[in-house]
Design a protein. Structure first.
Length: 663
């Protein structure tokens, strides 16, 4: 693993870069080329991002695959196009990572985890990861209260001179029955209003081959029950008012039916689990500058989620089990920002949300239905100070959550303060060399599943508390013969107490506040870009993470001091893009070192290291006003068989082709 990382970082240092485009500004006939990395380097906390052109050139089709390229992030992937994919920052758990879509947070109160694999990148402008607080003052209170934010930003329509509408048609086809057509339309209505609509269908049978190992015996098998059919539709409206206010409205609908492939275990029956999902979203974001010194952001959202889970087997009295869940969320948020004086800004953010859950699980299991509902209020006060070469960000978030149930006893109200301080100092005035440090508290309220799910639920759970400490260096420079070289190194120490885990009691497992975890690590990123000759350039990125996350719950336990499951000490990724006058060639690799599948760090639970290589070839054509983009992609180029979650083999080599036409 260290050899792979060394080779990758060496390639990038010699040649490559980080972003798809550079920002060019003309000023008094002097051209200044600014690296897009400079914004990430000068931030008070860790920031990593991928832009639309990078996503397209490297053939990254969904957000989960994009996040795998970031340092300090672990993605749990259960394999195949329909497998669930969740994101965890610095091993704090997916519940501590806030996901935002066009500035409004996405949530799931029932499970507390967001499946980022369902979000495709075809309609996105950027995917960015923020550890701690952003430099942006006008965030929601939820974002200030979280350990980190994964932010997705929709591509805003752009129109060539004299045009008032645009069309884009895209067709993706590939191995294992993958077919995914999509369409995007945008129009300019008047001078101040733009609308867009996007639709996509994805289907795949997913029955990829794998090798089943049984001692010295190897048998060739095919994954089963891995099919998926998914539909996604989205509409956006962007309007600018005469007073300068800006209104963004988004509505989206997602529907899927899929097989849940289950674990590959010897002599076990193939999974017959099926899942149907349907999500509806309506959200608005309004921004307006009230005066020269103050501004206002308002957000509102309504979501409705429905899913049905079905399984067949003799273990059920009638041979079949069907669970249906319905969730609703009503969300309001406001952030007021005030420039107190030059270099000193203040913000007050307030979030209020109401969530409820209804299901038939308890009816099927002969339990009373609690019908839980939760009212959550988050308040954040923020100060951001800029003086000379120093930036200081501080925030204090207070969360209050109250629950009600129609049957049974309701849990106690939850209250918690979450402070945060971050400092960034530019060491040399003539060079972009920064030192930064951050201290932050975050926590997560128990989910509905933690509190009520069957016999496991425990209404006496306390919030899970995480404390984050980090310090790092960031450097951006323009050496001879190169556009830029950017380097970041951040070390961190986190600890989690009152960790919510399933723990065996006298007769059944229960959710309890039992765990304590200590996490120590280092994130490293490197990016560069060089012009070889006219029309030729090479750019790329490399990222690496070293992490030690150990159980500190009970000194008498056999797992005390052991590395947490699915946590490699070394992981990393890299990419190189060569641009020529005829085509662009992209190469990426994602790597993980050896790790353990269980709390006991024993040889029989050790999982082998892996490296997943991908190669893309891109060609852009243009005829009059028509643009065409062609791509050939080979994922898992070496056809390696590996697992991210044990007994869930990932697909081998996959070939795909993409044709996109813009009118």
């Amino acid at each position: 693993m260290r050899k792979y990382l060394a080779v990758m970082i060496g390639l990038v240092h010699l040649s490559s870069g980080v972003s798809a485009q550079n920002d060019t500004i003309s000023l008094s006939a002097v051209e200044v080329v600014a690296s897009p990395m400079s914004r990430n380097v000068s931030a008070v906390g860790e920031v990593q991002s991928l832009r639309r052109e990078e996503l397209k050139t490297l053939g990254i089709d969904n957000v989960a695959d994009a996040v795998k390229r970031f340092a300090g992030v672990s993605v749990k992937d259960y394999g195949g196009i329909g497998g669930m994919k969740t994101v965890s920052i610095h091993n704090l758990g997916a519940h501590h990572t806030e996901v935002s879509y066009d500035g409004v947070t996405v949530s799931n109160t029932q499970a507390g985890q967001i499946d980022v694999g369902r979000y495709d990148t075809d309609n996105l402008e950027t995917v960015a990861l923020y550890v701690g607080d952003e430099d942006n003052l006008m965030l929601s209170a939820r974002q200030y209260a979280s350990a980190g934010v994964l932010a997705m930003q929709t591509e805003r329509p752009r129109f060539d001179s004299g045009r008032r509408q645009s069309w884009r048609f895209r067709m993706l086809g590939g191995s294992f029955g993958l077919a995914s057509p999509s369409m995007r339309w945008a129009a300019l209505l008047g001078r101040n209003t733009v609308v867009s609509a996007y639709g996509k269908m994805t289907r795949a049978d997913g029955n990829y081959p794998y090798i089943l190992k049984n001692g010295q015996v190897r048998t060739h098998e095919h994954r089963s029950n891995t099919d998926i059919v998914a539909w996604n539709a989205e509409a956006n409206l962007y309007h600018t008012f005469a007073d300068g206010g800006r209104l963004d409205v988004k509505t989206s609908w997602y529907s899927s039916r899929r097989g849940l492939p289950g674990a590959v275990i010897l002599y076990a029956h193939a999974s017959e689990e099926r899942m149907w999902d349907e999500d509806f979203l309506l959200q608005t974001l309004y921004n307006r500058r009230l005066s020269a010194a103050s501004q206002l952001s308002l957000r509102a959202k309504y979501t409705r989620s429905w899913n049905r889970y079905q399984d067949r087997g003799s273990q059920y009295p009638e041979g079949i089990r069907t669970d249906v869940d319905r969730q609703h969320e009503y969300y309001l948020s406001a952030t007021w920002g005030w420039n107190i004086l030059d270099g000193l800004d203040f913000a007050l953010a307030e979030d209020v949300s109401y969530n409820d859950l209804d299901n038939n699980v308890y009816i099927n299991m002969n339990y009373d239905v609690p019908h839980p509902s939760r009212l959550t209020n988050v308040t954040a006060m923020v100060l951001k100070w800029r003086h000379g070469r120093m930036k200081v960000n501080g925030s204090m978030a207070y969360t209050y959550a109250a629950e009600r149930v129609s049957v049974g006893e309701a849990p106690a109200d939850k209250r918690r303060l979450a402070p945060s301080v971050a400092v960034n100092y530019r060491l040399l005035p003539e060079h972009q060399l920064y030192v930064r440090a951050q201290w932050k508290h975050s926590f997560r309220v128990p989910t509905f599943n933690d509190l009520y799910y069957r016999r496991l639920g425990n209404i006496n759970l306390r919030p899970e508390l995480a404390r984050e400490y980090s310090m790092g260096l960031a450097w951006n420079v323009r050496p001879p013969f190169m556009r830029y070289v950017a380097l970041t190194i951040d070390g961190y120490y986190n600890d989690v107490k009152d960790k919510i885990v399933a723990f065996p009691s006298t007769y059944v497992w229960r959710m309890v506040n039992y765990g304590k975890v200590e996490i120590m690590g280092m994130d490293m990123t490197l990016g560069a870009q060089a012009d070889i000759m006219s029309g030729w350039n090479v750019k790329g990125t490399a990222s690496a993470t070293w992490q030690r996350a150990v159980d500190k719950t009970n000194k008498a336990s056999q797992t005390y001091g052991n590395q947490l499951p699915y946590t490699p000490q070394w992981s990393g990724s890299g990419s190189v893009v060569l641009t020529t006058p005829w085509c662009e060639v992209g190469y990426t690799v994602v790597m993980q070192g050896s790790r353990y599948s269980m709390e006991q760090n024993k040889p029989e639970y050790k999982m082998a290291a892996f490296a997943d290589h991908c190669l893309t070839v891109n060609r852009d054509l243009r005829w009059k006003k028509c643009k065409m983009h062609l791509q050939l992609k080979a994922a898992n180029l070496t056809n390696a068989q590996y697992e991210i979650i044990q007994y869930y083999p990932m697909p081998g080599r996959q070939l795909s082709a993409t044709v996109a036409i813009e009118l």
